[in-house]
Design a protein around this ligand. Structure first.
Ligand code: HEM
Ligand code: HEM
Length: 172
C-alpha cells in the first residue's frame, strides 16, 4: 500500500461545502427564502475560488493535471468494461469530464438564479426555466458522479471518498 498526498485543504473544503450547500438548496431549503439566496451566493463564491485554484493551486488541483480528454475517458470506459485497472493519482479522465460539467452547470445555476433577483429580469420567465433545467441536470449529474465514485472505488480498491476527506490516497 502506497500513501500519497493528493488533495489539498482548499479542494477538500470546497468539495464538502459544495455538497452541503447543494444538498440544502436542492432538497431542504425553501427556494423563495432568503436562506436560498445566501446559500446560492456561497456556492457562487466556492465555484469562483475553485476556478482560481485550478490555476494557482497545488499539483493535482490544477486544471492542467486533469485536461478534458475524450480519448482518455474512452480508455477508462474500456478499463471498466474489461476489468483492467489503471491507477490515476489525481482525477480520473471520466472524473475530469464530470468535474467540468458540474462546475459549468453550477455557474449556470448561479447566474440564472442571480438574474431572477435583478430588476431587469424580475418576472422574466427564461432565467427561471434555465435555473430549473440546470438544477435538474446537476441533480442527474450528481447521482452519476456518486455512482461512478463508488464503482471506481470498489473496482480499483482505492477509497476515493475517503481521499476527498483526508487528502491521501492509499494505492494498493
Ligand atoms: C446550486 C445551487 C442552487 C440550487 C440547487 C437551486 C435550486 C432551486 C430550485 C429547485 C428552485 C425551485 C424552482 C421551481 O420553482 O420549481 C429554485 C428557485 C430559485 N432560485 Fe435557486 N438554486 C440554487 C442557487 C441559486 C442562486 C445562486 C440564486 C440567486 C443568487 C438562486 C435564486 C433562486 C430564485 C430567485 C428562485 C425562484 C424562487 C421562487 O420560486 O420564486 N438560486 N432554486
Ligand atoms: C456524498 C456525495 C459525494 C461523494 C461521496 C463525492 C465524492 C467525490 C470524490 C471522491 C471526488 C474525487 C473524484 C476523483 O478522484 O476524481 C469528487 C470530486 C468532485 N465532486 Fe463530488 N462527491 C459527492 C457529491 C458531490 C456533489 C453534490 C457535488 C456538486 C454539486 C460534487 C462535485 C464535485 C466536484 C466539483 C469535484 C471536483 C473536486 C475538485 O477537483 O475540486 N460532488 N467527489
Amino acid at each position: 500500500m502506497t500513501r500519497i498526498k493528493i488533495w489539498d485543504p482548499v479542494v477538500r473544503i470546497f468539495h464538502w461545502s459544495l455538497v452541503g450547500g447543494f444538498a440544502a438548496n436542492a432538497l431542504f431549503v425553501d427556494s423563495e427564502s432568503n436562506l436560498h439566496l445566501m446559500i446560492g451566493y456561497a456556492i457562487i463564491m466556492l465555484v469562483a475560488v475553485r476556478l482560481v485554484w485550478g490555476f494557482v493551486g497545488s499539483q493535482y488541483a490544477r486544471f492542467t493535471s486533469f485536461p478534458p480528454s475524450a480519448n482518455d475517458a474512452m480508455a477508462q470506459v474500456q478499463d471498466m468494461v474489461t476489468g483492467r485497472v489503471t491507477i490515476h493519482k489525481g482525477h480520473t479522465p471520466l472524473g475530469a469530464l464530470m468535474i467540468y460539467n458540474l462546475l459549468f452547470t453550477l455557474a449556470v445555476i448561479g447566474l440564472s438564479g442571480w438574474l431572477m433577483t435583478t430588476d431587469m429580469f424580475w418576472g422574466v420567465e427564461w432565467p427561471e426555466e434555465l435555473h430549473e433545467v440546470a438544477v435538474s441536470w446537476a441533480e442527474f449529474s450528481v447521482v452519476l458522479h456518486i455512482a461512478a465514485v463508488i464503482f471506481e472505488s470498489i473496482r480499483t480498491h482505492v477509497n476515493l471518498p475517503r481521499a476527498m476527506v483526508t487528502g491521501y490516497k492509499d494505492i494498493p
